[in-house]
Design a protein. Structure first.
Length: 136
């Protein structure tokens, strides 16, 4: 393997390691993003929203992996995808009934932020279950 291939592999390994660390402890990327956005924009509400958006992406991977480990399954990611799609459909249907049209951007944003809340709760619950399973 040439030095370029080795360098590319090292960079890829670093990003895999970085993602793993950030996903395992999602409080860290939440805090980092929140601080960066707050210091740049000086808006707490915007900083919180952006931190939620970034952390949701990380939580999807770690919650799927935790689900797979706790329940000895390979369905975790697909379950999350199904729940996100069902939520999108339900909120889209609600918008259609109340406003007569669906605003896809608002619907996606609402699902993404609700996903943060649900995934955070699932992360805590599945982590506790996983630790308990491994202790006994």
């Amino acid at each position: 393997m040439s030095w370029i291939g080795k360098a590319a592999a090292s960079v890829a390994d670093f990003f895999v390691w970085l993602y793993a660390v950030m996903a395992i402890v999602p409080v860290i990327p939440f805090a980092v993003v929140w601080l960066i956005v707050y210091f740049l924009k000086k808006e707490k509400k915007l900083a919180t929203k952006r931190a939620m958006d970034v952390t949701t992406l990380l939580l999807i991977g770690v919650v799927a992996a935790l689900y797979n480990q706790v329940f000895q399954s390979t369905f975790g990611f697909y379950l999350l995808l199904l729940l996100f799609l069902l939520g999108f459909g339900l909120i889209g249907n609600l918008q259609q009934r109340t406003k007569g049209k669906v605003d896809f951007r608002k619907t996606a944003r609402a699902i993404w932020r609700l996903g943060f809340l649900g995934l955070s709760a699932a992360y805590v619950l599945l982590t506790a279950i996983g630790i308990t399973q491994n202790l006994f």
